[in-house]
Design a protein. Structure first.
Length: 190
């Protein structure tokens, strides 16, 4: 059967429309040549389906739109699935690092919103997280911040997977999480 290129393009457009694309950073670089300067652009893009899948990509080109397109394609190829609690926040607190960039991500109660800096906010928007508290402790370089955030998100685990690995019930794992949260609240009141 012959392939129909227009149908393939339509299918690609449908798949692309499912994802939200956030431009995090554009960098203009110049190369000095005999006739003057030759400019190029590097783009950092975060792509996600707002349902727990997210990826980031880096693209370089002579034109800004082409660099963004390349970065978006790279992000779609490197997607990561992140388990979320109640489809709104993280299951547990975590830390991530990449180079000099260090981040701390904390699960938050309903109504908190996204409390995070620019590059991390783009990742959480694309991921679909609605309540999270995040802090960047090291480098403010957007590339390092995004990579450190992804490093932290890779450590997220679903309580079901933890319970299965430990041969326990999910209620025991979740009940323990509630107990430790209650202990810290009591300690803060004293």
């Amino acid at each position: 059967m012959a392939r129909n290129p227009s149908r393939d393009r339509d299918r690609d457009d449908d798949r692309k429309s499912d994802f939200t694309e956030k431009l995090v950073h554009i960098n203009r670089v110049a190369k000095v040549v005999k006739g003057g300067k030759r400019f190029g652009f590097a783009a950092l893009v975060v792509v996600g389906d707002q349902q727990g899948q997210v990826g980031f990509g880096h693209g370089k080109a002579r034109e800004v739109p082409e660099a963004i397109r390349k970065a978006g394609e790279a992000a779609r190829r490197a997607m990561l699935r992140v388990p979320m609690r109640d489809k709104r926040t993280l299951h547990h607190d975590c830390k991530g690092r990449h180079g000099a960039g260090r981040v701390v991500l904390r699960a938050a109660p309903p109504g908190t919103g996204i409390i995070a800096g620019g590059p991390m906010r783009a990742v959480f928007d694309a991921l679909g997280v609605r309540d999270v508290v995040a802090k960047s402790l090291g480098s403010s370089n957007p590339y390092n911040m995004v990579r450190a955030t992804f490093d932290a998100l890779k450590t997220q685990e679903n309580p079901r997977a933890v319970a299965a690995r430990r041969s326990k019930k999910v209620s025991e794992i979740v009940a323990r999480r509630r107990d430790t949260a209650g202990e810290t609240a009591e300690a803060a009141q004293e």
